[in-house]
Ligand binder design. Structure first.
Ligand code: GUN
Ligand code: ZN
Length: 445
């Protein structure tokens, strides 16, 4: 019987670096082949190129030999980012969360009633996130559904993997952003239909009640019902700031906790992404674990808005899904490299405060895992992306620690592990030469 060969469209020969388990970075000298659907067809040892040529169909296959300063890593996964806030990066960070929202964020988001304004900003944010190596992002847009549709069209055009939500707000909000419950639900449904019409395997909707302070109980309940009916993702904010937690208790005086409010409204599922979660009690974390929600840790934003210091270890010890987010524009950068570094700083701060001598602050290997496979788990994409495995989609970055434009100079005598550390701590977008989503090289300029 004749064997049917799978076709290989592109092959990389060189160093692969990924973190399939927490705390362990795997480095290999390999050959990685990609099939026409953008999936990883094989990963074999470095010296087996001739053998794989006999096993798979090589026709118009591009063979890329990486240099000693280059390696492939999985693309970064930003589990929490506000696309319309991109023009505000670096602005207004002298105010705490609730004042910052009123003074800076809400007035900017009101401008997205104009889809043409949205188009310009959304185009820029997608290009910039891709350029910084974000192959998957979980986006909040504004309340405006037409602008949210534009965002989906643009993500589809650029070829990024994304979850997109129309933000829902129906109380305690400025009139320019407050919509009726009906408009919020209809808008969410319209966005779901739009994404379905685009027919992209890279795009999914995410139901997006902004948070309990600006969404009525009725609105949250209706979104919870919609999510369960269609098995959709849900994203919201929780316990980011002490004043916010107080307000949640004032608005829901009979609820046991902020987490209970969301649970009661049916918003906690295994497809829910809760951003920040700094001040959750042990009991609330128990609910998160039980409901199998994921948490988006946003350290750049937490430090910039002086919201608090998040304890990643406390989440990981409870085996709750944890990913990282930029939270633009509470966070002042789209760079997941910067988010990973500040994840380490936050964890180190906690280790200085704690009385527990056995407390282990996170190390860079763990932060790298959270920015890749950890984020994939939070978004329910762990079978598709986040690490290099045969059968997964090829979402990856081609990194050069000594790229011509880079500021870094890594001595050629460094080990591969040291070159990776150089990139982790000193690298930036100039070291990311190429970005691949589902096997396709995406434009980043
Ligand atoms: N809580 C509610 N809305 C927001 C927002 O836009 N950014 C942040 N950081 N927190 C929020
Ligand atoms: Zn946010």
């Amino acid at each position: 019987m004749q064997q049917v060969c799978s076709r290989v469209t592109r092959v990389f020969v060189g160093t692969l670096i990924h973190a399939p388990c927490l705390g362990e970075v795997i480095i290999s000298q390999s050959i990685l082949g990609i099939d026409p659907q953008g999936k990883i067809l094989f990963i074999r040892p470095y010296n087996q190129l001739e053998a794989v040529k006999g096993e798979f169909e090589f026709k118009d296959t591009s063979i890329v030999q990486l240099s000693p300063s280059q390696f492939l890593i999985p693309g970064f996964i930003d589990t929490h980012i506000h696309a319309p806030q991109y023009p505000n990066t670096g602005l207004g960070l002298d105010k705490p969360l609730l004042e910052w929202l009123s003074a800076y964020t809400f007035p900017l988001e009101a401008r997205f009633s104009d889809p043409n304004y949205a188009r310009g900003v959304y185009n820029d944010v997608i290009r910039d996130t891709l350029r910084h190596g974000t192959t998957t992002a979980c986006y909040f847009t504004s309340v405006h559904v037409e602008a949210a549709k534009v965002m989906c069209d643009l993500i589809h055009k650029w070829g990024q993997r994304g979850l997109v939500g129309k933000t829902c707000m129906d109380c305690n909000s400025p009139p320019s952003l407050s919509q009726t419950l009906e408009t919020n639900i209809q808008g969410s449904k319209q966005l779901i239909a739009h994404i379905s019409q685009l027919g992209s395997s890279l795009l999914s909707p995410v139901l997006t009640p902004r948070f309990a302070l600006t969404c009525s109980e009725e609105c949250m309940r209706a979104l919870g019902v919609l999510a369960r009916e269609g098995h959709y993702h849900i994203q919201t904010h929780i316990s980011e700031n002490k004043r916010e937690v107080e307000r949640a208790h004032e608005l829901y005086p009979t609820a046991d906790s902020y987490t209970h409010v969301y649970q009661e409204c049916g918003l906690l599922t295994d497809k829910t992404i809760l951003a920040h979660a700094i001040y959750l009690t042990d009991q609330e974390l128990g609910i998160c674990k039980e409901e199998r929600v994921g948490i988006a840790h946003c350290p750049v934003s937490n430090f910039a808005l002086k919201s608090g210091v998040f304890d990643s270890r406390r989440i990981l010890e409870r085996d709750i899904k944890l990913g990282l987010g930029t939270d633009v524009s509470g966070g002042y950068t789209v760079s997941m490299l910067e988010v990973m570094r500040q994840t380490l700083i936050a964890s180190t701060c906690i280790s200085f405060q704690t009385q527990d001598p056995a407390y282990r602050p996170l190390d860079y290997r763990e932060a790298f895992h959270l920015a890749t496979l950890g984020g994939a788990r939070v978004l329910g994409l762990e079978d598709k992306v986040g690490s290099f495995e045969e059968g997964k989609e090829f979402d990856a970055l081609l990194v050069d620690v000594n790229s011509l434009r880079s500021q870094i100079r890594a001595d050629p005598g460094l080990s591969v592990s040291e070159k990776f550390q150089k990139f982790f701590f000193n690298g930036d977008d100039r070291n990311i030469l190429e970005v691949f989503v589902s096997g396709r090289r995406v434009e980043t300029q």
